[in-house]
Design a protein around this ligand. Structure first.
Ligand code: AMP
Length: 490
């Protein structure tokens, strides 16, 4: 099986001047990536950390982030990518839960943390010509990265991906998709989301170029489309939500991006209308709907979206039924097995035992997704729990509720996803306070939102706050979420 680091080293030797990564006007060649990550690995190894002790990498789309990732794994440590959109208290919770003892940063940290912080920039300036021997690299069943996702217990949970998981995923990508030599891969998702892994490693292992777009560009349409037009992207990886946003610009089409041949969508439902519109605008491109949770390394299945498929079904399938690694249990739950199933949640054996099992010697993961089979395909029909996707972000409703309930004025809280045209568009919260409101509801909402923003990223903070004397109950005595959802209909 491919060794991720060995494959990247080969590219760095064969094509040292080839661009590995670019963002804004910064670029990084394969030689620089290899050399700088050696410098980082050296500095890490001098610190005497225990092998496999996680290292936090904090930043946003900087080339030095991928330098830090490779530096960590060369020194035998998994890295935990934390995007700058993650607020300080959540970062603190991740440091505590992961027992990380080092943070590498590529952006200024606006908060004090209890572990040493090293700017990656400084480490790469300490010139070192030694390269760490492959014996020290993360390998086999050791952990390569840990991604924290929203957790229903009120705390984020760290999904541990092994070197073998990642190598199997990259091999699968290279087997099923054709990438022409020296292609350009779009990198839209920040590294704290596993969608970013779909372009990062398949691109680096194949010697391609990653073209990253920053949040700043995404919020400035002119900068975004100028960057896309200049990028020569041929492989597009994003959430369907991001593509939907791009579709609002009529000029986003094959003319603007003539090299684009492949759309890889993953992470949430791909609405047929989005796929149809893209098909019309990009006549030379193929569109794929990929499926998989972070816990099984990015994606485990795909279906090519064709005109026939769009006429045959009202909803797009996520896998052919022949996919050996996916099965549907009697209650409709989608269960995934095989070599990309994660080693479980870091330092959380009870949570791990709930979702991960060994079956016939193979690791399996109960996804919590519900599906059904029809005409040779598997379809996604929803969740068994309160996990949702909002604009492509994975959220546990219970985590938001627990966090709101932990605020001093709040006694009870329920958060309801608000849907429009079968898609979740926002969150509403219904709140019972300890004391009746003495001031305006507006002021209370402002205060609660400000407290929440220390802990929750902005996409997890409900849009509306409604104050009630009690929450409505259904005949079973449970909170009547259906009634609240009906109130909140857009
Ligand atoms: P994440 O861990 O952020 O990748 O989220 C994984 C979850 O996103 C899955 O368990 C599904 O609920 C959902 N998901 C991922 N891909 C798809 C897809 N192609 N169609 C529908 N839902 C998807």
């Amino acid at each position: 099986m491919v060794s991720i680091l060995a494959a990247i080293e080969q590219i760095a030797c064969k094509h040292p001047e080839r661009t590995a990564y670019r963002v804004d006007d910064m670029t990084l060649t394969y030689h620089e990536l290899w050399h700088f990550s050696d410098c980082v690995a050296h500095s890490i190894s001098k610190r005497g950390l225990q092998r496999q002790q996680p290292i936090i990498v904090y930043g946003h789309m900087s080339p030095f982030q991928i330098v830090a990732f490779l530096g960590a794994v060369k020194a035998g440590h998994p890295y935990i990518p934390v995007d700058t959109s993650i607020p300080p208290e959540r970062l603190q919770a991740i440091i505590e839960a992961s027992e990380a003892e080092l943070l590498l940063s590529t952006e200024p940290l606006h908060t004090k943390v209890c572990i040493p912080v090293m700017p990656v920039n400084d480490l790469t300036a300490q010139l070192s010509n030694e390269t760490l021997e492959p014996i020290s690299w993360v390998r086999d069943e050791e952990i390569h990265y840990i991604i924290y996702t929203s957790g229903s217990t009120g705390q984020p949970k760290g999904v541990q991906i092994t070197a073998d998981n990642l190598a199997n995923f990259v091999t699968w990508m290279h087997e099923h998709f054709t990438f022409q030599e020296s292609s350009v891969f779009l990198n839209q998702a920040p590294y704290s989301f596993d969608l970013s892994v779909m372009d990062l490693y398949p691109a680096l292992v194949g010697g391609h170029t990653l073209h990253a777009i920053s949040q700043e560009q995404i919020t400035n349409p002119k900068a975004l489309f100028d960057s896309l037009a200049a990028s020569k992207t041929s492989i597009w990886t994003s959430t369907p939500s991001f593509a939907k946003m791009c579709l609002m610009n009529k000029e986003w089409n094959q003319e603007l991006m003539p090299a684009l041949t492949t759309f890889l969508f993953c992470g949430e439902v791909l609405p047929p209308a989005v796929a149809k519109e893209i098909m019309q605008r990009f006549s030379h491109a193929s569109i794929y709907n990929l499926y998989g949770p972070t816990e099984t390394t990015v994606a485990v299945s795909f279906v090519q979206v064709t005109e026939e498929l769009l006429t045959q079904f009202e909803q797009l399938p996520i896998a052919p039924v022949t996919n050996q690694n996916i099965s549907l249990w009697e209650d409709g739950e989608i269960v995934i097995s095989g070599p990309t199933v994660s080693a479980g949640y870091l330092n959380a054996p009870a949570l791990t035992a709930k979702s991960f099992h060994l079956q016939d010697g193979k690791r399996t993961y109960k996804t919590g997704d519900v599906g059904y089979e029809k005409d040779g395909f598997l379809f996604f029909s929803g969740r068994k729990d309160y996990q949702i996707k909002l604009h492509g972000y994975r959220l546990e409703i219970e985590e938001i509720e627990k966090r709101i309930e932990s605020l001093p004025p709040v006694s009870d809280c329920v958060v309801i996803p608000i849907e429009k045209d079968d898609e979740i568009v926002s969150l509403s919260s219904y709140i019972v306070l300890h004391e009746p409101l003495t001031d305006s509801a507006f002021k209370m909402t402002k205060q609660l939102k400000a407290s929440l923003s220390d802990y929750l990223p902005s996409y997890m903070i409900p849009k509306s706050f409604k104050y009630m004397e009690t929450l409505p109950l259904n005949p079973n005595g449970k909170i009547d979420r259906n009634r609240l959802a009906a109130w909140g209909t857009v």
